[in-house]
Write a protein of this length. Structure first.
Length: 440
């Protein structure tokens, strides 16, 4: 086997060098409507999806149905006067396209409360995994186990008219969203709290109940969960979790299968797992510098050492944004309101003042500003949620609001099976020689 592995490495190195040279010479040439570089480099900048729920603006950040995060914080109904927006309201906005009234948000809460029962076998399936398994592994396993409850899978198996797909998909999405806090909290209590399960409180809102079932009944933590679930909910359609959910759903896989696939993408280090990488990096910095509140000069030196070691500063940079992520700003404002003297949060703020100028000086980074992951961990740690491997599960619960409202629209608009064209490097070389046409 090692011989085959070595042969593969030789072939891969040669192909990599060849592709690099091809892009150097011909990267700007167009195959159909896209450039060769776009084809090889992650399809960046290619507009090829329709996602109705949100749009990412390079300067202003994410807009949900046209509304920015600061606008949503003032326009969406809240659980307490002057509090954070309820994620039920954002889901209503993404799904319907209109800002909801308080009564409509209360109705959404009650619908999810009624649909929130999780079958016993789902917990038993999670329990079959070792406690050492990553929380995202447990979470996605729970979602997959719950696929037995899919109305769409059941109805499609016996015959379902195409015009009715959207209706059954809608029901599945509502059931799944309603049940996710229960699964996430169960995973948290199983892994970190000796399996001491906490039953749901049927009088609480969706995010507040998640906090309760995790064991955090502090009112400001519930507010943090409402903010967290709102700002992480959607980020247009091209990110890995949203695109994967859409892609798998286009094969008419039910919402449980589609969402689970998307969350496996979210678990990647270059996507949702980045939030735990940020807090790990800060903890390592504090340990090396032997202080829980490093000075800006110390941070600057540590950042330079990180970059010189060929590593990145986690939480900084974004594929699209060219200014500070409004989601970061929303979290910073929450921290300054609820925990202004917290040393970890103050460290995050000091990093914010220190890192961008250093990255700008390199002249290679288009966006030296923080993204959403740069702050979320510090807020969670303040309340005692120090188990940073779990942070991606919280991200996954929130992201369900966006990807599943989009899935409802996919079926309502009868979007087809997604099947982009691909090419081989050999065909590209023939095309460059004028011997083959590869875009039809």
């Amino acid at each position: 086997m090692e011989v085959i592995k070595e042969r593969f490495k030789v072939k891969a190195d040669a192909a990599g060098a060849e592709i690099k040279e091809l892009l150097k010479q011909h990267g700007t040439k167009k195959i159909g409507e896209v450039t060769l570089a776009q084809i090889y480099q992650g399809m960046r900048g290619i507009t090829g999806l329709v996602t109705e729920t949100s749009l990412l603006d390079a300067q202003e950040g994410i807009r949900f149905r046209g509304y920015s995060i600061p606008e949503l914080q003032t326009k969406l109904p809240t659980a307490i006067p002057g509090g954070e927006p309820l994620p039920e309201g954002l889901f209503h906005l993404m799904l319907i396209g209109d800002l909801p009234t308080e009564a409509e948000v209360q109705h959404m809460t009650s619908v999810w409360q009624r649909r929130s029962h999780v079958p016993k076998h789902v917990f038993e399936t999670i329990d079959a995994l070792p406690v050492s398994a990553h929380p995202m592994t447990m979470f996605v396993t729970g979602v997959m186990a719950m696929q037995t409850e899919s109305n769409f899978a059941r109805e499609y198996a016996v015959g379902l008219n195409k015009k009715d797909y959207w209706s059954i998909i809608f029901d599945d999405c509502m059931d799944l969203i309603a049940r996710l806090p229960r699964i996430a909290a169960y995973v948290y209590r199983r892994k970190y709290k000796n399996g001491e399960d906490i039953q749901p409180n049927g009088l609480l809102d969706w995010a507040g109940n998640l906090a309760h079932m995790m064991g955090y009944d502090n009112e400001s933590f519930k507010e943090l969960m409402r903010l967290y679930m709102t700002i992480h909910a959607d980020h247009e359609g091209g990110n890995v979790s949203a695109h994967t959910t859409h892609l798998v759903g286009s094969a008419l896989s039910d919402p449980y299968l589609s969402y689970a696939a998307g969350m496996n993408g979210l678990a990647g280090p270059l996507h949702g797992l980045a939030n735990q990488e940020v807090i790990k990096w800060i903890f390592e910095m504090q340990k090396q510098l032997q202080t829980d509140l490093p000075a800006r000069e110390q941070i600057a030196q540590y950042v330079k050492e990180t970059l010189e070691g060929g590593k990145v500063v986690p939480g900084y940079g974004h594929a699209v944004l060219r200014k500070t992520d409004p989601r970061f700003t929303a979290q910073m404002e929450f921290g300054k309101k609820h925990m202004p003297e917290d040393k970890l949060c103050r460290t995050v703020w000091n990093i914010y003042e220190t890192v961008p100028p250093i990255l700008q000086s390199l002249g290679k980074i288009k966006n030296p500003w923080p993204n959403v992951d740069a702050h979320s961990g510090a807020l969670l740690v303040h309340y005692g949620l120090v188990e940073y491997e779990f942070y991606t599960v919280l991200f996954a619960v929130s992201r369900a609001l966006g990807v599943l409202s989009s899935l409802c629209w996919d079926r309502a608009l009868s979007f087809p099976l997604e099947r982009p064209k691909s090419v081989t490097t050999e065909s590209v070389k023939l095309w460059l020689e004028g011997k083959e046409q590869i875009w039809e």
